[in-house]
Design a binder for this molecule. Structure first.
Ligand SMILES: *Cc1c(COP(=O)(O)O)cnc(C)c1O
Length: 434
C-alpha cells in the first residue's frame, strides 16, 4: 500500500489523519474533555518542556482537533496544521506569529472585508504597518515595495468578494527574493481546487466556516505550514529576521523552535505561544463537524463548480443582468489565471448586477423562493446577498460606489441543489424585477 500522503486527494478526504483500529469507532470521536490525566509530575513536566505532545489541557490541543488539523495539512500538501476558533483568528495568529510592533506587512488589496479590517485597523493599532497594493502589479513593482522591516507577503487565492485570482507563483517569487514567507488565504478555492503550497506559498490559511465545513454548522479556521521556508534567514543588518522562530525562546527555557521542530516549527509555535496566550482554540465539536465536511470536500466542490458554471452562463445571457464576474467564465479578466491555478473549476462564488439599481436588487431578493438570503458563502444551500441594502446599507450611494459596491450588485454562492432548479428560481425572480 502507498503512504497516505501519496494517495489521491479523494482518498485523503475520506481516510486521511484518523484511522480506526480494530474495534474502534469508524468516525472520528468527539473527545469532549478539557483536561487529561497523568500519573506523575515528570510526565507533565515533559509536556511543558515540549518534549512530549500528548494532550493535557484542551486550550492547547485535543485528539479531535489534532486529527482535523492533520487532515487539513494533508489536503493542503503541508507539513503541519493548526486549528483556530475562526478564519479571523487563523489570519491573526499567522501574522502575529512572526510580526510585532514596528514591523511591515505587504498585502494584496483584494481580500475579505474582515481581514481588511483586521489588517487596517486592529493590527495597525498594535503597531504593525500593513501596506496594501494592487496584486496585479508586476514582480519588479512588487519587489520595490520591500522595506527593511517587511515580514510577510499576503494574498487570497480567490479574492472574496472581488473574485480575483492571485498569481501565486509571482507572489512566491517576490516572497523568496524578499526573504519573507508568502501567506495565502485559500478559503474560497479550497484544497480540492487549488493547493497554494504546490505553487510555492509557505503558509496557507482558511476560514473553514465556508466550503471546508460546507454545511453551515461551525465557525472555524486553520493555518497550514508548507515546511518550505528557512526561518534562519537574516535581515539586511545580518540579524535573524524571525528571532521568535529561530532564536532561543525564554518562555520555554531557551528552546529554539526551528531547530527543534524543523518543518513543523511555525505550527508548533502557533500552538504553544499564540494559542497558549491568545486562547483562540477550536472546540472538539466544531473540529468534528468540520472534519465531517472535509470527508466529502472533493465531491462537493466538483458539484459546486458544475452548478456554478451553469448558473454563470445563464446569468451572462439574461436580459435583466448588466454584468457578471466569475473567473470560470470565458472572457473574465482572471479566466487565464483561473485555468492555471484552478484547472478543476473556479469555485462557486460570483457577483452580478441586476439592472435597475438598489431597488431592483432588493426586489430580486424578495422574489427568490429556493435561494436563501444569508450573510454566508460556501454552503450546500445556494446563498444570495445584496450588499447595497444589507452589509453596506449605512453607506451613501456614492460611498458604496467608492467601495466597489454597485447598487444592483448581488453576491451569489451556488449550492448543491439541481442546477435547473437554481436557474429557474433566479429566472423567475429576475423577471419580476422588470
Ligand atoms: C469568511 C472569511 C474569513 C473570515 O473567516 P471567519 O471564519 O468568518 O472568521 C477570512 N477569509 C476569507 C477569504 C473569508 O471568506
Amino acid at each position: 500500500m502507498k503512504e497516505m500522503k501519496d494517495m489521491g486527494f479523494e482518498t485523503k478526504c475520506v481516510h486521511g489523519a484518523y484511522k480506526a483500529e480494530s474495534g474502534e469507532p469508524q468516525n472520528l470521536p468527539i473527545v469532549q474533555s478539557t483536561t487529561y490525566r497523568y500519573y506523575n509530575a515528570p510526565d507533565v513536566a515533559a509536556l511543558f518542556d515540549l518534549d512530549s505532545a500528548t494532550p493535557f489541557y484542551a486550550r492547547l490541543g485535543s485528539p479531535t482537533v489534532d486529527a482535523f488539523e492533520q487532515k487539513m495539512a494533508l489536503l493542503e500538501s503541508g507539513t503541519a496544521g493548526m486549528a483556530a476558533s475562526s478564519g479571523q483568528a487563523a489570519n491573526m495568529i499567522a501574522l502575529l506569529n512572526i510580526c510585532e510592533a514596528g514591523d511591515h506587512v505587504l498585502s494584496g488589496t483584494n481580500i475579505y472585508g474582515g481581514t481588511y479590517n483586521l489588517f487596517n485597523v486592529t493590527l495597525r493599532r498594535l503597531g504593525i504597518d500593513v501596506e496594501f497594493f494592487d496584486q496585479d502589479m508586476s514582480l519588479e513593482e512588487i519587489l520595490k515595495l520591500k522595506k527593511p522591516n517587511t515580514k510577510a507577503l499576503f494574498g487570497e487565492t480567490l479574492g472574496n468578494p472581488a473574485l480575483s485570482i492571485l498569481d501565486i507563483e509571482k507572489f512566491a517569487k517576490a516572497a523568496n527574493e524578499m526573504g519573507v514567507p508568502l501567506i495565502v488565504d485559500n478559503t474560497l478555492a479550497t484544497p480540492a481546487l487549488c493547493r497554494p503550497i504546490e505553487f510555492g506559498a509557505h503558509i496557507v490559511t482558511h476560514s473553514t466556516t465556508k466550503f471546508a465545513d460546507g454545511h453551515g454548522t461551525s465557525v472555524g479556521g486553520c493555518v497550514i505550514e508548507g515546511g518550505n521556508f528557512d526561518w534562519n534567514v537574516k535581515d539586511e543588518e545580518g540579524n535573524l529576521r524571525y528571532p521568535g522562530m529561530a532564536a532561543p525562546d525564554e518562555s520555554y527555557h531557551g528552546l529554539n523552535f526551528y531547530e527543534k521542530f524543523g518543518q513543523a516549527a511555525f505550527c508548533t509555535r502557533l500552538k504553544t505561544v499564540m494559542i497558549r496566550d491568545l486562547g483562540c482554540t477550536m472546540s472538539p465539536m466544531n473540529a468534528y463537524l468540520t472534519h465531517q465536511g472535509l470527508q466529502t470536500l472533493d465531491v462537493r466542490m466538483e458539484r459546486h463548480v458544475k452548478n456554478a458554471e451553469a448558473v454563470a452562463k445563464f446569468l451572462k445571457n439574461h436580459p435583466m443582468v448588466d454584468w457578471i464576474i466569475y473567473p470560470g467564465l470565458e472572457g473574465d479578466k482572471y479566466y487565464d489565471l483561473a485555468k492555471k491555478y484552478m484547472p478543476k473549476g473556479a469555485s462557486a462564488v460570483m457577483s452580478f448586477c441586476v439592472k435597475g439599481g438598489r431597488e431592483a436588487g432588493e426586489k430580486f431578493l424578495e422574489k427568490l423562493e429556493l435561494c436563501s438570503v444569508v450573510v454566508h458563502v460556501g454552503d450546500i444551500h445556494t446563498s444570495v446577498l445584496h450588499p447595497a441594502s444589507t452589509t453596506h446599507r449605512q453607506l451613501s450611494e456614492e460611498a458604496q460606489k467608492a467601495a466597489g459596491i454597485d447598487p444592483g450588485l448581488i453576491r451569489l454562492s451556488v449550492g448543491l441543489e439541481n442546477a435547473e432548479d437554481i436557474i429557474a428560481d433566479l429566472d423567475q425572480a429576475l423577471n419580476k424585477v422588470k
